[in-house]
Design a protein around this ligand. Structure first.
Ligand SMILES: Cc1cc2nc3c(=O)[nH]c(=O)nc-3n(C[C@H](O)[C@H](O)[C@H](O)COP(=O)(O)OP(=O)(O)OC[C@H]3O[C@@H](n4cnc5c(N)ncnc54)[C@H](O)[C@@H]3O)c2cc1C
Length: 386
């Protein structure tokens, strides 16, 4: 399959992506839910249009969207299907953009076209059964042999881990982490799907067992022992940017559902949208979404300008937008009353899907820590009175 996609203008790409979402994703959400997976045909159709590589250079099959347009692109998919948006978050942002930044020319030339064409699906393996937020202390380990690095350990909660062909696996040696490119068929890689999730059931979450996995020496991403400081930090920053827009997407979709329902449903002889308490929820949701959108756009512009402030502004956008998603989805469900409590309306799904955004790519508490660290320095007035 050719990986070269004819690059169009960003506005045209976004228009086409929106119509793709309306045509190929929204009508099939029930089917995705029943089968608890995204059909391969959908992923193939996305790959053919360059949607698995929207932010990458065209030489690797990408659409060259700048960070702001890539954010808008993420929002379009995230409004319709958080699962498909997760594929974009992991495959395009976490894995692809990290490889673009840290991969050697040969790694990029060999691997990115396979990712953009959908020949390979990818996953990012950092979390473990016993280690989540404290990611510097992972236990999956590596040792060096003459012709390979040998990996042993377990990963957990890995999005698309059950079906991925390749994994970025972060492993430690003497307390220093390294990121490895691990192909499923290296031998010693076993994945087990995680059942019973509150949401994200189409995202093929898996536990991964790595037993004496022999990784060729040219499959290290970035430098040996610099995995956490460079590769993981950068990957999570890309992931956070995507999740910020994912939060905005869920909140926007929930607001639209809340508005539509409140204009139709009649109680006490009036439409719900006439009641002050309902209008209060709609007013608050609109305000929060405008604020979240402003933060997402600002983060995108700073990223486009390669500003040193981009990382912290991305963290702030992710923290705020994921909180807004949870709050607005909650209010949207409230406005729907008992109908909102059923799967005949979209708000119960949005309510469940929103919650995970406060846990992944660094929990809200970890974001608050980072933001507080920044705020304590930035807003400390030297010599000021206590
Ligand atoms: C749907 C889903 C998809 C995921 N996909 C991936 C993936 O693709 N790849 C991957 O590597 N991981 C993935 N994860 C894992 C995710 O990154 C972790 O769940 C997350 O980092 C939090 O870790 P934890 O769940 O172990 O919680 P813990 O770290 O055990 O934390 C539990 C609670 O304590 C709080 N807490 C922890 N430490 C502190 C502290 N110092 N101060 C204050 N509060 C603290 C946390 O905020 C949280 O509320 C996924 C998880 C989910 C649910």
């Amino acid at each position: 399959m050719s990986t070269q996609v004819e690059v169009q203008g960003a506005q045209e790409i976004l228009r086409e992506a929106e119509s793709f979402v309306d045509r190929e994703i929204r009508p099939f959400l029930h089917d995705f839910k029943q089968r608890e997976s995204i059909p391969r045909e959908t992923i193939r159709a996305m790959a053919e249009r360059g949607y698995l590589a929207a932010s990458w250079p065209s030489e690797y099959g990408g659409l060259e969207l700048n960070p702001v347009d890539y954010g808008r692109f993420t929002e379009l998919f995230g409004k319709a299907s958080p699962a498909v948006r997760s594929l974009i978050t992991v495959h395009t942002s976490l894995v692809g953009e990290t490889l673009l930044r840290f991969g050697t020319d040969k790694q990029k030339a060999d691997w990115l076209p396979k990712l953009s064409s959908g020949e390979w699906l990818s996953a990012f393996g950092l979390s473990e059964p016993e280690i989540g937020s404290d990611a510097k202390n992972i236990r999956t380990n590596w040792r060096e042999e003459a012709d390979a690095y040998v990996l042993n350990g377990s990963k957990k909660w890995i999005t698309f881990g059950a079906i991925a062909d390749v994994f970025v696996i972060v492993a430690e040696n003497n307390g220093r982490s390294t990121a490895f490119w691990v192909e499923r068929d290296f031998g010693g890689v076993e994945t087990r799907r995680i059942e019973g999730l509150m949401a994200a059931r189409e995202t093929e979450l898996a536990e991964i067992e790595l037993t004496e996995v022999r990784v060729p020496k040219d499959h290290v991403i970035g430098r040996l022992n610099d995995g956490f400081e460079y590769v993981v930090t950068s990957a999570l920053d890309h992931g956070r940017y995507s999740i910020a827009w994912a939060g905005l997407a869920i909140a926007q979709e929930a607001l639209e559902a809340m508005v539509a329902y409140s204009r139709k449903r009649v109680q006490f002889g009036q439409r719900l949208n006439q009641f002050q308490l309902i209008r209060g929820m709609i007013g608050d949701a609109t305000t929060k979404i405008h604020a979240a959108r402003a933060l997402c756009l600002r983060a995108g512009e700073l990223r486009a300008n390669r500003s040193p402030e981009a990382v912290i502004e991305t963290t702030i956008a992710k923290y705020f937008a994921s909180k807004v998603a949870v709050e607005v989805a909650n209010d949207a469900l409230q406005v729907h009353g008992a109908n909102g409590f059923t799967d005949r309306y979209p708000v119960e799904r949005l309510y469940r899907e929103a919650k995970v955004l406060e846990i992944i790519e660094g929990s809200s508490q970890m974001q608050q820590e980072m933001i507080a660290h920044y705020g304590l320095k930035k807003y400390h007035k030297r010599g000021g009175k206590a």
